[in-house]
Design a binder for this molecule. Structure first.
Ligand SMILES: *Cc1c(COP(=O)(O)O)cnc(C)c1O
Length: 502
């Protein structure tokens, strides 16, 4: 006789269908989490508690990270608040304006709960059913917003890194097929692949180089083009480079145009680059991780003109679309190009399924198991509405222009981009009669002290070897008054640190 295997009687009901207790644990856990978060967020204007990295690490190292018998959710939540949440970077603070790191929208946060609870996996239709079609609808809408042609298509990604990689991967494989009739997926890289070149501006994102390395071309394949006075790829320079490459018998197969550079938010001349790419039979990838959001702008839509002529586009939603990390998309003007990454696995996405109307999105992705991140964008667009979305983005761009003008007017400050195209402002405290070297040091100290005293988080960067401060004004809740106060504080700190030097 076969003995029936008895299910263990769990001390804690961790699953929804476990019993009534499962549902109760769920609702109670959420309530506790909600209260814990509200305690942190409510009225908290500071971007950071100010604790030093060593102190934080020492505290976290004291935590026990497992429990043999399990602990109550309340006690774990209390520990979580004390050791983790209270010393987190507060992205919702109007003075947390360092990186391209956004406050999250409430409907998107609520959607995260649905995404995780439903836990659909976007690789095959039989793990995602409705979710597959929702993602497809949103991709269609995005292609439309970007102005791409009818045969365009796309897929959600983990972000700009993955999208840029995909753009260059498809560009490489399409080129090898066209020029040498080589199927890279099957045969690997042809001998002449050593000659392949990618062109992008010196301000392009570092993931262009990383992708080149991962694609077997090496970073040597990336030719960086000088930028003009507005930090945009120089058309004269790229024409000059293309001529030079031809003379050297090298093969430029992709141009990466940046729509919103990481430091300055500058936008390369997209329409002119599209023309050059077309003329030379080169793939144009537009890295619009940051600037892609301008497709929703009312006032600045013209700034991304030319994007519609791209062969592929990167858009990030965890930047100017205010989505929780991670959320991005890769769009391609001709869906046929996805064939370069297709692989049919018997257990997952056999070709015969297509006759049944099953759509397996793994065919368009370099990921297999993948989150239903499209849902949070959908809920955000619906609840917030396109009008408000556009107004929020426009406000931040106007704010950056006003902030740059204000800082430029202040004695003892220097702005690098007096006319920001998006919403980043790069500047530094630059008092008269202080050496360049000491000015660098003062700016570093100021940036550190603003974070330590919890007043503001500004990023620091370098330009022509000098240290600069950067405000990335993504948050529509930030005001010009906030920025004015930060400037006053910077001046006080700068004078104090300078005096300590004398
Ligand atoms: C943020 C960013 C990336 C990288 O995207 P992730 O989402 O961080 O992977 C690439 N390019 C640009 C221009 C970016 O701003």
């Amino acid at each position: 006789m076969i003995e029936t295997l008895k299910r263990a009687d769990f001390a804690y009901a961790p699953f929804f269908l476990n019993n009534e207790e499962g549902i109760r644990n769920y609702t109670q856990s959420l309530k506790i989490m909600e209260n814990t978060l509200i305690h942190f967020l409510d009225g908290n204007n500071s971007p950071y508690s100010g604790k030093k990295p060593h102190d934080l690490e020492a505290r976290i190292n004291e935590l026990s990270i497992t429990s043999q018998k399990g602990e109550t959710f309340e006690s774990v939540a209390a520990e979580l608040a004390e050791f983790v949440i209270n010393d987190s970077m507060n992205v919702h603070s109007p003075t947390c304006i360092g990186h391209l790191h956004c406050p999250t929208l409430i409907p998107a946060v609520a959607a995260e709960l649905i995404i995780s609870t439903l836990n659909q996996s976007m690789d095959s239709w039989d793990q995602s059913s409705t979710a597959t079609f929702v993602e497809e609808r949103i991709i269609d809408w995005l292609c439309n917003q970007a102005g791409l042609p009818e045969q365009a298509d796309g897929v959600f990604t983990s972000g700009g890194t993955q999208s840029n990689y995909m753009g260059l991967l498809l560009a490489r494989d399409a080129y090898c097929k066209r020029i040498w009739n080589v199927d890279v997926q099957q045969q690997g890289l042809p001998a002449d692949s050593k000659k392949l070149r990618i062109l992008c501006s010196e301000a392009a994102h570092f993931t262009v180089r990383k992708s080149a390395a991962q694609l077997g071309l090496g970073e040597q394949a990336v030719i960086t083009i000088k930028t003009d006075s507005k930090h945009r790829l120089s058309i004269d320079e790229i024409n000059h480079q293309l001529k030079k490459l031809k003379e050297q018998d090298l093969l430029p197969f992709a141009i990466v145009a940046t729509c919103g550079t990481t430091d300055f938010g500058s936008i390369d001349p997209l329409a002119e680059l599209a023309e050059i790419a077309k003329l030379n039979g080169i793939w144009l990838h537009v890295d619009a991780a940051y600037g892609g959001a301008m497709m929703l702008s009312h006032d600045f839509k013209a700034s991304i003109k030319g994007m519609e002529a791209a062969d592929s586009i990167t858009v990030d939603f965890h930047k100017l679309f205010y989505q929780p990390i991670s959320c991005g998309a890769f769009l391609v003007s001709d869906r046929d190009h996805f064939k370069y990454i297709q692989h049919h696995a018997d257990y997952l996405n056999p070709e015969e399924d297509e006759a049944e109307g099953m759509v397996h999105l793994v065919n368009k992705s370099i990921q297999t198991t993948r989150r239903f991140d499209a849902l949070k964008l959908w809920l955000s667009l619906k609840v917030v509405g396109l009008d408000t979305f556009g107004e929020m983005i426009d406000y931040t761009c106007h704010l950056a222009r006003d902030a740059a003008a204000m800082i430029d007017d202040e004695a003892g400050f220097r702005v690098l981009n007096r006319h920001p195209e998006l919403n980043a402002v790069v500047f530094r405290y630059d008092p008269e009669g202080v050496s360049a070297q000491l000015t660098d040091q003062l700016n570093k100290q100021i940036q550190q002290e603003l974070l330590n005293n919890g007043r503001a988080f500004l990023a620091k960067t370098r330009f022509n070897g000098e240290v600069y401060l950067k405000m990335t004004l993504l948050n529509p809740m930030t005001t010009l008054e906030d920025i004015k106060e930060i400037l006053d504080e910077i001046r006080i700190l700068g004078e104090m640190f300078n005096m300590m030097e004398e």
